[in-house]
Design a protein around this ligand. Structure first.
Ligand SMILES: [Zn+2]
Length: 379
């Protein structure tokens, strides 16, 4: 067994607070002068910077993120109170109750493939460490209230302690079997009482990701799937996020330059005598050029990508109608080539095949999330 030189996370709170005051006083000041005392405020930290100043601490955060990020949050409150005291003369300075340290790993050694694997390579060995994965959001749930912590008091020694719901067990709370206070002189208490009004809630959102556009740093664990009759209970891998970054802008938000507009005009001007035979067919020749012929299929793919009937939903949002295309053909006739090409052109595409799912082929499930938002998932 490995012998570890254990240090207690709380012993680090003071040096952490000093670090925050020294390197992040601007963020602390802006948090101090924000108006709402009950919001949860993020405090962003560069892991690379932290490594230079406190390599040992950076290691502890990497290897044991749960207790050390908790200690860092406590340190953030500590340093925040110091800033609030210093700014006492100024107007609008309010003490905040919740600050969370968010770790940005960019530019640090944590960007190596071992701690930054592709989604398909995440394994049990990554469990428990500070892990970063990159992916595209394929589904996001409604933002819910989520209980983050609550306090219980030991009937024996009358000391209170904080209990955190377990994500692994779908946020259920389990009480310790014996009083966790006074480690050196245990009181042996086994009965605990909930302390009124100590529940702290967080905004909570689940997102499903698959390969590429966001970078999520957090803690890998697993969650039991809900108990359903006649369905085997499984562990779903879950990454409890500490920080989320977007790597790219959506393609639809890209600026369309004047230059590009001119090019389009010139294109259609050029084919103004025969827009279909000339212009349209020139575009179709560019669709999946590695597949010869199949003009009708190419036209169908193009229309599926850009066509559809606009409709307005109940909230007044204008959406494009869902286009469906069924391609039937023998193996090797290029169906998946078309699929891949279409996915490359579309900004929010997810490509999936029967091979990757079940032997029954592509299954479609409608999932109700939070009882309110029905989702259609393609697995
Ligand atoms: Zn006790």
């Amino acid at each position: 067994m490995e012998v570890q030189l254990q240090s207690d996370p709380w012993e680090w709170e003071k040096p952490m607070a000093t670090y925050l005051l020294r390197y992040h006083s601007d963020q602390l000041r802006s948090i101090a002068s924000s108006p709402d005392p009950n919001l949860h405020y993020p405090l962003f930290i560069d892991f690379a910077e932290l490594m230079e100043e406190h390599p040992h601490l950076a290691r502890l955060i990497f290897s044991q993120p749960t207790p050390y990020l908790q200690a860092f949050d406590n340190a953030a409150l500590l340093s925040h109170r110091i800033v609030v005291r210093d700014l006492e003369q100024e107007k609008n300075v309010v003490e905040k109750n919740f600050i969370h340290v968010r770790i940005n790993i960019s530019g640090s050694p944590l960007e190596c493939s071992e701690t930054f694997p592709t989604i398909g390579r995440v394994r049990v060995q990554h469990r428990g460490i500070l892990l970063t994965v990159k992916g595209t959001v394929i589904r996001s749930g409604a933002i819910k209230m989520h209980e983050g912590e609550r306090k219980y008091m030991c009937n024996q020694c009358k000391k209170s302690f904080t209990v955190y719901p377990e994500v692994e067990a779908r946020n259920s709370i389990s009480l310790p079997s014996i009083c966790p206070m006074q480690k050196l002189k245990p009181c042996g208490g086994t009965k605990f009482q909930y302390v009124e009004n100590t529940v702290v809630c967080h905004d909570y959102q689940e997102i499903k990701i698959q390969e590429n556009d966001v970078i999520v740093t957090g803690l890998l664990t697993a969650k039991w799937s809900p108990e359903l009759k006649d369905v085997r209970c499984d562990l779903d891998p879950v990454l409890i996020a500490n920080s989320v970054r977007r790597t790219n802008q959506l393609k639809s938000e890209m600026d369309i330059s004047d230059d590009l507009v001119t090019k389009f005009k010139q294109f259609w001007d050029h084919f103004k005598d025969a827009p279909l035979k000339g212009g349209r067919n020139a575009i179709l020749r560019g669709i999946c050029p590695q597949v010869f012929g199949l003009f009708t299929v190419k036209l169908a793919v193009a229309l599926t990508l850009i066509g559809g009937v606009q409709h307005v939903d109940a909230s007044g949002t204008r959406v494009r109608g869902e286009s469906h295309l069924l391609l039937v053909g023998d193996p090797g006739t290029g169906k998946s080539q078309f699929l891949k090409f279409a996915a490359k052109l579309s900004n929010r595409s997810v490509i999936t095949t029967g091979l990757g799912s079940t032997s029954a082929g592509l299954t479609v499930t409608a999932v109700k999330d939070g009882g309110k938002f029905p989702y259609i998932n393609f697995y």
